[in-house]
Every structure is written in structure tokens, then in C-alpha cells.
Design a protein. Structure first.
Ligand code: BV8
Ligand code: ZN
Length: 248
């Protein structure tokens, strides 16, 4: 895979760099993406499972689905793509990482500041009174955990379809897209809004936009450069070529 010189030059001149990641960056950690042929949605309907209505109509199914995903995530390790992004934070000044992922692998790889647009799958809170829940989640006979204060059902602290994204994270992400000189969209199909707006905000604001994805996406035609490679291969290669480029 060749890293175009135009990208290396853009990175060298950039005053600020923003990276948006999606499920594809965790694929090489063994965590299925959502929309790939063998993805999570191929077996389940997102509206049924990752939504308030879905939870209200079948809390047992939704809770078990998240417990199943948590178990996979707990056994997963960050991959070379996560570590490369953590290194970018040190390599580039004014570096901002925004993720749609809920698996916290960026943090486990050493990224110190991660804007989580869709919450995280590790934490839980009360569906009714919103209080954080730190009690037991693995109850016998598939019982659902209940809030010790109001008795409400406990839910994962992810953002479901139809729910608003956390205001601070979304504002920071939009500002980072608007102000950056280079924007990298890594491992995302760019199909979920408002996150999918971010690469376009960056493009319209004059940023050099890059897609790192083995497949084409809805935004590929806007990109200045497309690295048609997996993130675990492309990102370490990008860092290696960049270091050579600035040392020459
Ligand atoms: C909201 C947390 C508003 C839960 C998730 C029509 C038009 C515009 C918007 C909408 C619309 N209809 C409905 C909406 C709104 C909806 C939406 O965008 N729907 C889409 C499907 C059309 N959005 C919402 O509901 C959002 N909220 O809009 O609120 C509102 C207004 C008023 C009042 C109330 C509300 C909330 C969206 C958040 C949903 N939560 N996750 C959970 O995880 O269970 S979304 C879910 O999709 C994940 O977070 C995931 O990250 C996200 C995006 O998917 P991707 O990350 O891109 O993953 P995907 O599988 O799609 O793609 C993977 C890519 O990786 C592929 O391109 C593949 O080629 C590539 N890849 C594979 N392997 C690799 C790789 N790349 C690199 N390396 C590899 N190895
Ligand atoms: Zn409660």
C-alpha cells in the first residue's frame, strides 16, 4: 500500500488533525462491525435491539444482547490500528479523536482523550431515573438488574437510535471537524447520523479528508485520499511513512 505524498504533506502542514472512528477499527480485535456481511446487524435488527422501543418491548432480549457483546469486548484486545491512533495523539499537535464505538478499546490502547459520540457499553444507568448503576449485572436465572433507588430497569450507557447524542461530545466533534486541516474517517460506513456529517463538515471547511476503509462508503467520493486497506495495516504504515517524510 502506497501512502500518497499529498497526504504526508497535508499532515506535515496541518495545525490540527481530527480522526473519526467506527466499528471497522475494532474489527481486527475480533469485534464484529454492524453492517458488514457477517456484522451484528446481519443477525439482529438494530431498531429492535439498539433502541428505546426495543428495550421497552423486550428488555430481556436487549439486555442479553448487550451482555453477549460485553463478554466479547472484555476478551478483546486493542489492535495495531488503535495503538497507531494513540501514537498520533503524541505525534501531532492539536489532535482530536472522536469515536462512534462503545468498546473503549481506544482508551485501552492509550488514547488519553476520546470523544464518545454513542456512549459506552461498559457503564450502566437506570432507564427510569438515569442514576449511574454500579451494582451486579450478572444475576442468576437471567434476572434483569434493577435500580436500588427507584426500582427501574438498568440499561447500558450507549446512545440508542432515536436518542440524542451527548451534547458535549457532539459539540466538540463538530468543532474539531470544522477546525481541522486533516480529517481521517477510519472504519466507518458513514451511515449513522449525526456522526456521518462530520467528514462532510471537515470537507466543506477546507480540510484534507482521508478515508481508511477496505471498502467504498457513502462518502468515498468526497475524499482527497482513500486508503483501501484495513486500519490495523494502514495506520501503522501511515505513521511509518510520515516519520520518514519529516526526517528527510
Ligand atoms: C439521533 C450505540 C436524533 C448502540 C449506535 C435518516 C436520515 C438521517 C438520520 C436518520 C434517518 N433515520 C433515522 C435517523 C437517525 C439515526 C440514523 O442515523 N439512522 C441511520 C441508520 C440512518 N440516528 C440516530 O438515531 C442517532 N440519534 O439522530 O437523534 C433525535 C432528534 C430529536 C429527538 C431525538 C433524537 C443516534 C445514533 C446512534 C445509534 N447508536 N451505537 C450500540 O452500539 O448498540 S450506532 C452504531 O452504528 C454503532 O455506534 C456504530 O459505530 C455506528 C456506525 O456504524 P459504523 O461504526 O460505521 O459501523 P458499520 O458496521 O456501519 O461500518 C463499518 C465500516 O468499517 C464499514 O465501512 C467496513 O467496510 C469498515 N471496515 C470493516 N473492517 C475494517 C473496516 N475498516 C477498517 N479496517 C477494518 N479492518
Ligand atoms: Zn432509578
Amino acid at each position: 500500500m502506497v501512502i500518497p505524498e499529498s497526504l504526508l504533506e497535508a499532515l506535515e502542514k496541518a495545525r490540527s488533525i481530527t480522526v473519526l472512528t467506527g466499528a471497522g477499527v475494532s474489527a481486527e480485535s475480533g469485534i464484529k462491525t454492524f453492517r458488514d456481511p457477517d456484522g451484528l446487524w446481519s443477525q439482529f435488527n438494530p431498531a429492535e435491539l439498539a433502541s428505546v422501543d426495543g428495550f421497552m418491548s423486550n428488555p430481556e432480549l436487549v439486555w442479553q444482547w448487550y451482555q453477549y457483546r460485553r463478554q466479547i469486548i472484555n476478551n478483546a484486545m486493542p489492535n495495531a490500528g488503535h495503538y497507531a491512533i494513540a501514537e498520533m495523539e503524541k505525534l501531532f499537535k492539536n489532535f482530536v479523536l472522536v469515536t462512534q464505538n462503545v468498546d473503549r478499546l481506544h482508551q485501552r490502547a492509550g488514547s488519553s482523550k476520546v470523544w464518545e459520540l454513542h456512549g459506552n457499553i461498559i457503564d450502566n444507568h437506570c432507564f427510569n431515573c438515569k442514576r449511574p448503576y454500579i451494582g451486579e449485572t450478572n444475576l442468576p436465572d437471567k434476572q434483569l438488574p434493577k435500580c436500588p433507588v427507584c426500582g427501574g430497569l438498568i440499561r447500558p450507557s450507549v446512545v440508542w437510535f432515536g436518542e440524542l447524542l451527548p451534547f458535549e461530545a457532539l459539540s466538540a466533534a463538530e468543532e474539531a471537524a470544522y477546525n481541522c486541516d486533516v480529517f481521517l474517517s477510519v472504519g466507518t460506513s458513514a451511515e449513522v447520523y449525526p456522526a456521518a456529517n462530520l467528514p462532510l463538515i471537515a470537507k466543506r471547511s477546507g480540510a484534507f479528508v482521508v478515508e481508511v476503509n477496505p471498502n467504498r462508503t457513502a462518502i468515498s467520493h468526497y475524499m482527497d485520499v482513500c486508503l483501501r486497506e484495513t486500519s490495523a495495516v494502514a495506520l501503522p504504515k501511515l505513521i511509518e511513512e510520515y516519520k520518514k517524510f519529516i526526517s528527510d
